[in-house]
Ligand binder design. Structure first.
Ligand SMILES: Nc1ncnc2c1ncn2[C@@H]1O[C@H](COP(=O)(O)OP(=O)(O)OP(=O)(O)O)[C@@H](O)[C@H]1O
Length: 787
């Protein structure tokens, strides 16, 4: 370090020290305020009723009492809110104290004096609240840091564009209030800082990237115009990271009107949910709502049908080639995920005025009390110009009327009396309590026998009918299975291009439905049809929807989600090279869904996760891989070890794990092609090495050695990846390319491929220079190899 640099660093450390004094001062001030508010709140809770005037004598008094309670409750909740906000601010200040900022720009706005802008995870002002000592990374001026090198620069504000000259751009790594390093940078965000961040060990929780956001990522994060933002980015290009910082940005930018409750992220699996859950809290924001599409389907359909999950569907695609209906099912998956199938359902719905609706008889005590034929009559009597859901509601009202009349009739029947005789003591007590509630608490017993009898009769009949009424209210009298089945049983007069395998598809669809199984490919079409009949569900509270791994959704699923969130902006993030599910051949399909919306596409081609050597290898695994650009971080070349049998394989893998551990890697994944192979690998090695198995229900993972099937590793990353068996036998079909690529791109620092016998064609087609083939004896020497 030159003398000049040392002097500058000392000056910066001095500023940090000053900053810490200021932050401490604010922390103390806020802590005092917090304890005042806390005691205020406790006092308010204690004296809540003392300060309220309760008088219910006259209507005016009631209104006054109500107003007084309301005022008191508002006061209390205002205190609780302030307490919550102060608590949140104190947490942010503690983070700022540790690392007040990560960047600085010196900017001279045209016609103004030069300013030093320090950028951190939150803003911080001086004691007089006049000047920003730290700017929030999401403030308009902070975008200069991400978007420009020193020189002419500009940024957007709500009032317009500000232009000027940036004379300095500096990055810091500060920990525990101490400067660790500092770089002045010419390009957008300097390499040194990224090298430091990316060179570290993988974590089991995703980290925020605010200090090193790249210019093209910043475009995603700050995009405000597009109703539909499509991000197509290569593996490890920061799609998920950009999405999460975008959530934080939106929460800041629209803080008056938008809260985390209004944002929803669809993730590929529950494991991913927990992987990303720490990013927003780290940035001082609350997590958005998170779900998986499967979770949503289950919540809507799960109680009545066995809804297959996407992983079982994938396991079928990967493992069941020998099955007699393998190719039919593949065709079925493709067709049912397409917009043609959606159009087919729409045409079917259009023809429903001519017939095609089915209802179920309603039974009471073994007898039909409302027949399906009567319901059909009711439905088809109604004006066909009315929507189907409206007509269904009217049929429901009619059924309820019939049930009420039936209840009256039932009261006179002998079974009721018999039931009363056998009423348990508790039932009798419950009936009595209910009577008391109705007739006031003054009475100690029923007034006379007749009244008691009348009341009990009513109670018994109502109790018997309750489940029936409940299911009618939930429209369970519609025979959805039969209605959906018609798409396959009837010769539909519909102008839709059917796939050549249509007849066989019809067969397997009927068989599954008869067993009450909803294959994954049927779940969304079934739900769509159900909602078009029962009434559409729309979610109005969600304003932004993020769909990660969007390439794995079918066009039908996209269309469904668009309709579910009609007022929501959408951000889709995906990578066609990682499309592991069959039905999603092209993310471009989303354009068919919404051709007129204000759509914008951003492409990310630089991969940050893996070393240059790993990216050079993995880019050769995919068709258009030459567009993938590695970030310049050096590491070891991937290795390939060809072994003779499973025993040999496990031996070599054990050695490899040991070597990787000696090198200090903390998250090591043995990736299997599917659940079976992964379990097998785990069982074979578990007595000899500590590790744990991840299955589709797993919701989090810890540091150490994990055995994980490829499709569950989606979206997450490890220090080192061991591909359990990358043989031609295992990865010899074109359709397995994406799965193979996805697995290999999970590695940050090292990638080791093992193969029993001949290696996969995806490897043999690679330039030989991109990986090392280890002779049989060389595994032990892995540790010594340097590149
Ligand atoms: N600007 C950045 N600064 C620092 N780290 C970054 C940056 N962009 C990406 N990364 C890191 O690169 C890795 C990959 O990022 P991320 O998981 O967001 O990529 P992705 O495109 O969603 O990947 P994939 O599609 O392969 O799952 C993460 O470790 C992330 O922290």
């Amino acid at each position: 370090m030159s003398k000049e640099e040392a002097k500058e660093m000392a000056k910066e450390q001095e500023r940090i020290n000053h900053m810490i004094i200021e932050i401490d001062h604010t922390i103390r001030k806020l802590q005092n305020r917090t304890s005042d508010i806390k005691s205020d709140t406790i006092e308010l809770r204690k004296t809540f009723w003392q300060d309220v005037t309760v008088n219910l004598d006259e209507p005016d008094d009631v209104i006054e009492t109500f107003t007084s309670i309301k005022q008191q409750a508002e006061l209390l909740s205002e205190r609780e809110r302030s307490h919550g906000q102060l608590h949140k601010r104190l947490k942010t200040l503690a983070r700022l104290k540790d690392s007040p900022y990560f960047g600085r720009i010196d900017f001279k706005e045209d016609g103004e004096a030069e300013e030093h802008i320090y950028i951190g995870i939150a803003s911080f002002m001086d004691r007089n609240e006049e000047q920003f000592l730290i700017y929030d990374w999401r403030a308009p001026i902070s975008s200069l840091y991400y978007d420009f090198p020193p020189g002419s620069a500009s940024y957007e504000t709500p009032e317009g564009t500000i232009t000027g000259e940036m004379t300095l751009k500096r990055q810091y790594i500060i920990r525990n209030g101490q400067m660790i390093s500092m770089f002045d940078t010419g390009i957008t965000i300097g390499d040194e800082m990224l090298q430091e961040v990316l060179g570290a060990n993988a974590s089991t929780q995703m980290k925020s990237i605010v200090a090193t956001i790249q210019r093209e990522q910043n475009q995603i994060i700050r995009n405000e115009k597009s109703k539909l933002l499509v991000v197509q980015g290569v593996a490890g290009s920061g799609k998920t990271s950009a999405a999460l910082q975008r959530v934080a940005y939106l929460l800041y930018r629209y803080r008056e009107t938008l809260s985390s409750e209004n944002i929803m992220l669809f993730s590929p699996n529950p494991l991913f949910n927990s992987y990303v859950s720490t990013v927003l809290p780290e940035l001082g924001e609350e997590n958005m709502k998170q779900t998986t599409f499967q979770e949503y389907l289950d919540s809507q359909l799960g109680t009545h049908y066995r809804v297959e999950d996407p992983f079982s569907q994938l396991e079928f695609i990967l493992n069941e080639e020998a099955s007699a209906y393998y190719h039919t099912r593949l065709a079925s998956i493709r067709f049912k995920g397409s917009l043609h199938f959606k159009a087919l359902i729409d045409s079917f719905l259009d023809s429903i005025h001519l017939g095609g609706l089915y209802f179920k008889d309603i039974f009471f005590r073994g007898r039909v009390i409302v027949s399906k034929m009567d319901m059909l009559d009711q439905f088809y009597q109604l004006d066909a110009a009315m929507s189907i859901p409206n007509r269904i509601q009217m049929v429901k009202d009619w059924i309820m009327k019939v049930l009420r009349a039936q209840a009256k009739k039932e009261q006179k029947k002998s079974w009721v009396e018999a039931e009363i005789q056998f009423l348990e003591k508790e039932d009798y007590l419950a009936a009595y309590n209910s009577y008391k509630k109705k007739h006031g608490s003054g009475e100690d017993t029923f007034n006379d026998f007749e009244e008691e009898q009348k009341f009990l009769i009513k109670q018994v009949v109502n109790r018997e009918m309750k489940p029936l009424i409940h299911s009618v209210k939930r429209l369970k009298f519609i025979d959805m299975k039969k209605i959906y089945q018609q798409l396959f049983t009837e010769q539909l007069e519909i102008e839709q291009p059917f796939p050549p395998e249509w007849d066989q598809i019809r067969q397997i669809s009927i068989t599954a439905l008869e067993k009450n199984i909803l294959p994954y490919e049927d779940a969304t079409p079934f739900l769509y049809l159900k909602e078009r009949i029962e009434g559409k569900k729309v979610n109005l509270s969600i304003r932004h929807v993020f769909i990660d791994e969007a390439q794995d959704y079918s066009p039908f699923q996209f269309a469904y989600l668009k309709e579910l969130f009609p007022y929501s902006k959408m951000t889709l993030l995906g990578d066609m090279n990682q499309a592991i599910f069959l039905h999603s051949k092209d993310m471009v399909n989303i354009f068919q869904v919404d051709p007129d919306s204000e759509k914008e596409t951003i492409t990310l081609t630089k991969s940050y996760r893996s070393t240059k050597q790993i990216v050079e290898f993995t880019k050769g695994l995919v068709i258009d891989g030459d567009k993938i650009e590695p970030f310049n971080r050096e590491g070891r070349k991937p290795t390939l070890s060809i072994v003779s049998d499973e025993q040999d394989l496990q031996c070599k893998i054990l050695e490899c794990i040991q070597t990787l551990r000696n090198r200090g890697y903390q998250t090591i994944a043995v990736i299997g092609k599917n659940a079976n192979e992964t379990k097998h690998a785990f069982e074979g090695l578990s007595g000899k090495v500590d590790g744990y198995l991840m299955e589709k229900g797993s919701i989090h993972y810890e540091k150490g050695l994990v055995f994980i099937p490829a499709y569950l590793a989606k979206g997450i990353e490890f220090d080192a990846v061991i591909m359990y068996n990358a043989s031609q036998k295992n990865f010899g079909r074109e359709m397995e390319r994406q799965l193979f690529y996805t697995s290999c791109t999970r590695a940050m620092h090292e990638l080791h491929l093992f193969s029993i016998g001949k290696e996969s064609m995806f490897i043999t087609r690679q330039p030989q220079a991109t990986y090392d083939v280890l002779p049989n004896s060389e595994i032990l020497e892995l540790g010594e190899r340097k590149h």
